[in-house]
Design a protein around this ligand. Structure first.
Ligand SMILES: NC(=O)c1ccc[n+]([C@@H]2O[C@H](COP(=O)([O-])OP(=O)(O)OC[C@H]3O[C@@H](n4cnc5c(N)ncnc54)[C@H](OP(=O)(O)O)[C@@H]3O)[C@@H](O)[C@H]2O)c1
Length: 313
Protein backbone atom coordinates (compact mmCIF):
# COMPACT_ATOMS: atom_id res chain seq x y z
CA UNK A 1 0.00 0.00 0.00
CA UNK A 2 1.38 3.44 -0.77
CA UNK A 3 2.27 5.51 2.24
CA UNK A 4 -0.22 8.28 2.81
CA UNK A 5 0.97 11.83 3.11
CA UNK A 6 -0.26 13.94 5.96
CA UNK A 7 -2.64 16.65 4.82
CA UNK A 8 -2.00 20.34 5.42
CA UNK A 9 -5.34 20.43 7.22
CA UNK A 10 -4.19 17.82 9.71
CA UNK A 11 -0.92 19.56 10.38
CA UNK A 12 -2.61 22.90 10.79
CA UNK A 13 -4.86 21.84 13.66
CA UNK A 14 -2.43 19.58 15.55
CA UNK A 15 -1.09 22.09 18.08
CA UNK A 16 -4.52 22.94 19.38
CA UNK A 17 -6.14 19.55 19.42
CA UNK A 18 -6.02 16.50 21.66
CA UNK A 19 -4.26 14.41 19.07
CA UNK A 20 -0.58 14.03 19.68
CA UNK A 21 2.38 12.58 17.91
CA UNK A 22 4.21 9.83 19.76
CA UNK A 23 6.02 11.18 22.76
CA UNK A 24 4.00 14.34 23.13
CA UNK A 25 2.46 14.91 26.52
CA UNK A 26 -0.34 17.35 25.97
CA UNK A 27 -3.79 15.83 26.14
CA UNK A 28 -7.16 17.45 25.83
CA UNK A 29 -10.36 15.61 26.55
CA UNK A 30 -13.14 15.46 24.02
CA UNK A 31 -15.25 17.58 26.38
CA UNK A 32 -13.53 20.56 24.77
CA UNK A 33 -15.22 19.71 21.52
CA UNK A 34 -18.41 21.51 20.76
CA UNK A 35 -17.20 24.70 22.43
CA UNK A 36 -14.50 25.47 19.91
CA UNK A 37 -15.48 26.58 16.45
CA UNK A 38 -13.74 24.68 13.69
CA UNK A 39 -11.20 26.71 11.78
CA UNK A 40 -10.50 24.32 8.95
CA UNK A 41 -12.09 24.26 5.53
CA UNK A 42 -13.79 21.02 4.67
CA UNK A 43 -12.30 18.87 1.93
CA UNK A 44 -14.35 18.95 -1.31
CA UNK A 45 -15.44 15.37 -0.72
CA UNK A 46 -16.78 16.33 2.69
CA UNK A 47 -18.35 19.52 1.37
CA UNK A 48 -20.09 17.46 -1.28
CA UNK A 49 -21.67 15.50 1.53
CA UNK A 50 -20.18 12.14 0.57
CA UNK A 51 -21.68 10.57 3.67
CA UNK A 52 -24.89 12.55 3.81
CA UNK A 53 -26.79 10.16 1.58
CA UNK A 54 -25.90 7.26 3.84
CA UNK A 55 -27.60 8.65 6.93
CA UNK A 56 -30.36 6.26 7.97
CA UNK A 57 -33.73 7.80 8.75
CA UNK A 58 -33.47 6.82 12.41
CA UNK A 59 -30.42 8.99 12.98
CA UNK A 60 -30.78 11.74 10.40
CA UNK A 61 -32.30 14.23 12.82
CA UNK A 62 -32.30 14.87 16.56
CA UNK A 63 -29.77 13.53 19.02
CA UNK A 64 -28.30 10.10 18.47
CA UNK A 65 -30.53 7.83 20.53
CA UNK A 66 -28.47 6.36 23.34
CA UNK A 67 -31.02 3.61 23.85
CA UNK A 68 -30.29 2.25 20.40
CA UNK A 69 -26.72 1.51 21.38
CA UNK A 70 -27.13 0.96 25.08
CA UNK A 71 -24.49 3.60 25.77
CA UNK A 72 -24.18 7.28 26.60
CA UNK A 73 -25.27 9.84 23.99
CA UNK A 74 -22.49 11.10 21.73
CA UNK A 75 -21.22 14.36 23.30
CA UNK A 76 -19.87 15.40 19.89
CA UNK A 77 -23.05 14.53 18.04
CA UNK A 78 -23.42 17.95 16.43
CA UNK A 79 -19.86 18.11 15.15
CA UNK A 80 -20.02 14.51 13.96
CA UNK A 81 -23.18 15.19 11.96
CA UNK A 82 -21.52 18.26 10.49
CA UNK A 83 -18.59 16.11 9.37
CA UNK A 84 -20.88 13.50 7.84
CA UNK A 85 -22.97 16.14 6.10
CA UNK A 86 -19.95 17.84 4.56
CA UNK A 87 -20.14 20.95 6.74
CA UNK A 88 -17.41 22.54 8.81
CA UNK A 89 -17.20 20.47 12.02
CA UNK A 90 -17.32 22.55 15.19
CA UNK A 91 -14.82 20.24 16.90
CA UNK A 92 -11.20 20.46 15.75
CA UNK A 93 -10.25 17.18 17.42
CA UNK A 94 -12.92 15.20 15.63
CA UNK A 95 -11.92 16.82 12.36
CA UNK A 96 -8.27 16.00 12.92
CA UNK A 97 -8.80 12.36 13.81
CA UNK A 98 -11.21 11.48 11.02
CA UNK A 99 -10.28 13.84 8.19
CA UNK A 100 -7.61 11.46 6.82
CA UNK A 101 -10.23 8.75 6.37
CA UNK A 102 -12.79 11.10 4.92
CA UNK A 103 -10.28 12.56 2.49
CA UNK A 104 -8.72 9.22 1.52
CA UNK A 105 -8.69 8.57 -2.18
CA UNK A 106 -8.93 5.15 -3.74
CA UNK A 107 -9.66 1.87 -1.99
CA UNK A 108 -8.33 1.37 1.52
CA UNK A 109 -8.49 -0.94 4.49
CA UNK A 110 -8.31 0.23 8.08
CA UNK A 111 -8.28 -1.99 11.17
CA UNK A 112 -9.16 -1.47 14.79
CA UNK A 113 -8.55 -3.53 17.92
CA UNK A 114 -9.07 -2.83 21.62
CA UNK A 115 -6.50 -4.62 23.73
CA UNK A 116 -5.10 -4.86 27.24
CA UNK A 117 -1.69 -3.41 28.00
CA UNK A 118 -0.32 -6.96 27.85
CA UNK A 119 -1.68 -7.46 24.35
CA UNK A 120 -4.90 -9.48 24.71
CA UNK A 121 -8.22 -8.69 23.04
CA UNK A 122 -10.33 -11.06 25.15
CA UNK A 123 -10.03 -13.37 28.15
CA UNK A 124 -9.14 -17.01 27.45
CA UNK A 125 -12.85 -17.85 27.52
CA UNK A 126 -13.35 -15.44 24.60
CA UNK A 127 -15.04 -12.90 26.88
CA UNK A 128 -14.34 -9.51 25.32
CA UNK A 129 -17.04 -7.43 27.07
CA UNK A 130 -15.39 -5.02 27.34
CA UNK A 131 -11.66 -4.54 27.08
CA UNK A 132 -11.82 -0.83 26.29
CA UNK A 133 -14.32 1.78 27.36
CA UNK A 134 -17.21 3.81 26.05
CA UNK A 135 -15.12 6.31 24.09
CA UNK A 136 -13.27 3.60 22.20
CA UNK A 137 -16.60 2.01 21.35
CA UNK A 138 -17.75 5.35 20.00
CA UNK A 139 -14.53 5.61 17.98
CA UNK A 140 -15.18 2.14 16.54
CA UNK A 141 -18.71 3.11 15.55
CA UNK A 142 -17.38 6.27 13.88
CA UNK A 143 -15.04 4.09 11.84
CA UNK A 144 -17.97 1.86 10.87
CA UNK A 145 -19.90 4.93 9.73
CA UNK A 146 -17.03 5.98 7.44
CA UNK A 147 -16.58 2.73 5.52
CA UNK A 148 -18.48 0.68 2.97
CA UNK A 149 -17.90 -2.66 4.68
CA UNK A 150 -16.88 -4.09 8.04
CA UNK A 151 -15.03 -7.44 8.01
CA UNK A 152 -14.72 -9.97 10.83
CA UNK A 153 -13.39 -13.50 11.16
CA UNK A 154 -15.89 -16.23 11.98
CA UNK A 155 -14.58 -16.70 15.54
CA UNK A 156 -15.60 -13.16 16.42
CA UNK A 157 -19.16 -13.89 15.32
CA UNK A 158 -19.15 -17.23 17.15
CA UNK A 159 -17.88 -15.63 20.38
CA UNK A 160 -19.53 -12.22 20.42
CA UNK A 161 -22.62 -12.56 18.23
CA UNK A 162 -22.07 -8.92 17.16
CA UNK A 163 -24.44 -6.69 15.22
CA UNK A 164 -21.64 -4.63 13.60
CA UNK A 165 -24.02 -1.71 13.11
CA UNK A 166 -23.59 2.01 13.83
CA UNK A 167 -25.41 2.70 17.09
CA UNK A 168 -23.18 4.79 19.36
CA UNK A 169 -23.00 7.68 16.88
CA UNK A 170 -25.00 8.93 13.92
CA UNK A 171 -24.30 7.24 10.62
CA UNK A 172 -25.30 4.53 8.21
CA UNK A 173 -24.54 0.87 8.68
CA UNK A 174 -21.79 -0.61 6.50
CA UNK A 175 -22.18 -3.90 4.69
CA UNK A 176 -21.16 -6.71 7.07
CA UNK A 177 -18.70 -9.32 5.84
CA UNK A 178 -17.87 -12.58 7.63
CA UNK A 179 -14.82 -14.65 6.62
CA UNK A 180 -15.97 -18.19 7.25
CA UNK A 181 -14.58 -20.74 4.77
CA UNK A 182 -16.24 -23.73 6.51
CA UNK A 183 -19.49 -21.94 7.48
CA UNK A 184 -18.98 -22.39 11.19
CA UNK A 185 -20.85 -19.41 12.62
CA UNK A 186 -23.92 -20.44 14.63
CA UNK A 187 -27.15 -20.63 12.66
CA UNK A 188 -28.77 -18.29 15.19
CA UNK A 189 -26.17 -15.53 14.79
CA UNK A 190 -27.88 -12.15 15.02
CA UNK A 191 -26.38 -10.79 11.82
CA UNK A 192 -27.88 -13.67 9.82
CA UNK A 193 -31.40 -12.73 10.85
CA UNK A 194 -31.73 -9.11 12.02
CA UNK A 195 -32.06 -7.48 8.60
CA UNK A 196 -30.13 -4.48 9.95
CA UNK A 197 -27.61 -4.26 7.09
CA UNK A 198 -26.64 -6.15 3.94
CA UNK A 199 -24.44 -9.05 4.98
CA UNK A 200 -21.98 -11.09 2.93
CA UNK A 201 -21.18 -14.51 4.35
CA UNK A 202 -17.98 -15.54 2.58
CA UNK A 203 -17.56 -19.31 2.49
CA UNK A 204 -15.41 -21.64 0.45
CA UNK A 205 -16.88 -22.66 -2.92
CA UNK A 206 -16.96 -26.29 -1.74
CA UNK A 207 -18.76 -25.59 1.55
CA UNK A 208 -22.36 -26.70 1.84
CA UNK A 209 -24.53 -24.23 3.77
CA UNK A 210 -27.82 -25.53 5.12
CA UNK A 211 -28.56 -22.56 7.39
CA UNK A 212 -31.72 -20.53 6.77
CA UNK A 213 -30.77 -16.85 6.57
CA UNK A 214 -32.58 -13.54 6.19
CA UNK A 215 -33.09 -11.86 2.81
CA UNK A 216 -30.35 -9.34 3.70
CA UNK A 217 -27.71 -12.10 3.71
CA UNK A 218 -25.87 -13.20 0.61
CA UNK A 219 -23.78 -16.35 0.77
CA UNK A 220 -20.72 -15.65 -1.36
CA UNK A 221 -18.84 -18.74 -2.47
CA UNK A 222 -15.18 -17.93 -2.94
CA UNK A 223 -12.92 -20.60 -4.47
CA UNK A 224 -10.00 -21.44 -2.17
CA UNK A 225 -11.09 -18.78 0.31
CA UNK A 226 -8.64 -19.97 2.96
CA UNK A 227 -5.68 -19.55 0.65
CA UNK A 228 -6.57 -16.05 -0.49
CA UNK A 229 -4.35 -13.29 0.81
CA UNK A 230 -6.00 -10.35 2.57
CA UNK A 231 -5.26 -8.19 -0.47
CA UNK A 232 -7.10 -10.71 -2.63
CA UNK A 233 -10.04 -10.61 -0.24
CA UNK A 234 -10.09 -6.83 -0.54
CA UNK A 235 -10.17 -7.26 -4.32
CA UNK A 236 -13.20 -9.56 -3.98
CA UNK A 237 -14.95 -6.87 -1.96
CA UNK A 238 -13.90 -4.06 -4.28
CA UNK A 239 -15.40 -5.97 -7.21
CA UNK A 240 -18.68 -5.65 -5.30
CA UNK A 241 -18.29 -1.91 -4.88
CA UNK A 242 -16.91 -2.11 -1.35
CA UNK A 243 -13.68 -0.16 -1.49
CA UNK A 244 -13.46 1.41 1.98
CA UNK A 245 -13.14 -1.46 4.40
CA UNK A 246 -12.83 -1.75 8.18
CA UNK A 247 -11.20 -4.93 9.51
CA UNK A 248 -12.74 -5.20 12.97
CA UNK A 249 -11.39 -8.42 14.38
CA UNK A 250 -10.48 -10.60 15.85
CA UNK A 251 -6.77 -10.87 16.41
CA UNK A 252 -6.12 -13.55 13.76
CA UNK A 253 -7.96 -11.63 11.06
CA UNK A 254 -6.44 -8.23 11.80
CA UNK A 255 -2.98 -9.81 12.12
CA UNK A 256 -3.25 -11.37 8.67
CA UNK A 257 -4.05 -7.98 7.16
CA UNK A 258 -1.14 -6.40 9.04
CA UNK A 259 1.21 -9.20 7.93
CA UNK A 260 0.12 -8.80 4.30
CA UNK A 261 0.72 -5.02 4.44
CA UNK A 262 -2.89 -4.64 3.36
CA UNK A 263 -3.81 -1.82 5.75
CA UNK A 264 -3.50 1.90 5.30
CA UNK A 265 -4.29 2.57 8.97
CA UNK A 266 -4.34 0.53 12.14
CA UNK A 267 -5.97 1.80 15.32
CA UNK A 268 -4.80 -0.01 18.44
CA UNK A 269 -6.50 1.13 21.61
CA UNK A 270 -4.83 -0.01 24.81
CA UNK A 271 -6.78 -0.18 28.06
CA UNK A 272 -5.11 0.07 31.47
CA UNK A 273 -5.82 -3.56 32.33
CA UNK A 274 -3.68 -6.72 32.45
CA UNK A 275 -5.54 -9.85 31.33
CA UNK A 276 -2.56 -12.17 31.84
CA UNK A 277 -3.70 -14.81 29.37
CA UNK A 278 -6.31 -14.78 26.66
CA UNK A 279 -6.98 -14.20 22.96
CA UNK A 280 -3.92 -12.45 21.52
CA UNK A 281 -4.15 -9.25 19.55
CA UNK A 282 -1.58 -8.61 16.81
CA UNK A 283 0.64 -11.59 15.96
CA UNK A 284 2.45 -11.94 12.64
CA UNK A 285 5.76 -13.12 11.25
CA UNK A 286 8.01 -10.50 12.72
CA UNK A 287 11.57 -9.56 11.92
CA UNK A 288 14.70 -10.94 13.55
CA UNK A 289 16.11 -7.51 14.15
CA UNK A 290 14.23 -4.95 16.16
CA UNK A 291 15.54 -2.33 13.78
CA UNK A 292 13.43 -3.97 11.06
CA UNK A 293 10.24 -4.05 13.14
CA UNK A 294 7.11 -2.58 11.62
CA UNK A 295 6.96 1.06 12.51
CA UNK A 296 4.91 3.80 11.00
CA UNK A 297 4.12 7.36 11.60
CA UNK A 298 1.86 7.29 14.63
CA UNK A 299 -0.57 9.65 16.26
CA UNK A 300 -2.02 9.07 19.69
CA UNK A 301 -5.16 10.29 21.29
CA UNK A 302 -6.84 9.53 24.61
CA UNK A 303 -10.22 7.87 24.64
CA UNK A 304 -11.32 8.20 28.26
CA UNK A 305 -8.97 6.03 30.31
CA UNK A 306 -7.72 4.30 27.15
CA UNK A 307 -5.06 5.40 24.70
CA UNK A 308 -5.53 4.97 20.96
CA UNK A 309 -2.49 4.69 18.73
CA UNK A 310 -3.04 5.23 15.04
CA UNK A 311 -0.45 3.71 12.71
CA UNK A 312 -0.26 4.99 9.16
CA UNK A 313 1.42 2.48 6.88
N1 LIG B 1 -11.10 -6.45 21.69
C1 LIG B 1 -11.38 -6.36 20.41
O1 LIG B 1 -11.16 -5.31 19.78
C2 LIG B 1 -11.98 -7.53 19.69
C3 LIG B 1 -12.49 -7.35 18.40
C4 LIG B 1 -13.02 -8.46 17.73
C5 LIG B 1 -13.02 -9.70 18.34
N2 LIG B 1 -12.52 -9.83 19.60
C6 LIG B 1 -12.44 -11.16 20.23
O2 LIG B 1 -11.55 -11.92 19.45
C7 LIG B 1 -11.88 -13.30 19.55
C8 LIG B 1 -11.90 -13.90 18.19
O3 LIG B 1 -10.67 -13.57 17.53
P1 LIG B 1 -9.75 -14.67 16.90
O4 LIG B 1 -8.45 -14.03 16.62
O5 LIG B 1 -9.77 -15.89 17.76
O6 LIG B 1 -10.50 -15.07 15.54
P2 LIG B 1 -11.12 -14.20 14.34
O7 LIG B 1 -10.07 -13.29 13.82
O8 LIG B 1 -12.41 -13.64 14.73
O9 LIG B 1 -11.42 -15.35 13.29
C9 LIG B 1 -10.34 -16.05 12.75
C10 LIG B 1 -10.79 -16.93 11.61
O10 LIG B 1 -11.34 -16.13 10.56
C11 LIG B 1 -10.99 -16.69 9.29
N3 LIG B 1 -10.17 -15.74 8.57
C12 LIG B 1 -9.48 -14.70 9.07
N4 LIG B 1 -8.80 -14.10 8.09
C13 LIG B 1 -9.06 -14.77 6.96
C14 LIG B 1 -8.65 -14.63 5.63
N5 LIG B 1 -7.78 -13.66 5.27
N6 LIG B 1 -9.10 -15.50 4.72
C15 LIG B 1 -9.94 -16.46 5.07
N7 LIG B 1 -10.38 -16.68 6.32
C16 LIG B 1 -9.94 -15.81 7.26
C17 LIG B 1 -10.18 -17.94 9.58
O11 LIG B 1 -11.10 -19.00 9.60
P3 LIG B 1 -10.70 -20.52 9.23
O12 LIG B 1 -10.33 -21.11 10.53
O13 LIG B 1 -11.95 -21.06 8.63
O14 LIG B 1 -9.56 -20.47 8.26
C18 LIG B 1 -9.63 -17.67 10.97
O15 LIG B 1 -9.30 -18.81 11.72
C19 LIG B 1 -13.22 -13.37 20.26
O16 LIG B 1 -13.00 -13.77 21.59
C20 LIG B 1 -13.72 -11.95 20.23
O17 LIG B 1 -14.47 -11.66 21.37
C21 LIG B 1 -12.00 -8.78 20.29
Amino acid sequence: MPRRRETPVTRAVRPRSGVSEAGAERWVTSAECGTRAGTRRAHPQIRAGAYAGRMPPTTAGGPTPSSAGGGAPDPDDRAWRQLLAGDEPSCAQLAEIYTPLVEARGPFAVAQLGQSLDGFIAARTGDACYVTGEEDRRHLHRLRALVDAVVVGWRTVANDDPRLTVRAVAGANPVRVVLDASARIPAASVLLHDGAAPTLWLVDAETAVETQVGAHVRIVRVPELRSLTPREILAVLEARGLSRVLIEGGGVTVSRFVGDHALRWLYLTTAPVLIGDGVPGIRFDGEDRLADALRGPVRRFPLGADLCTEFTF
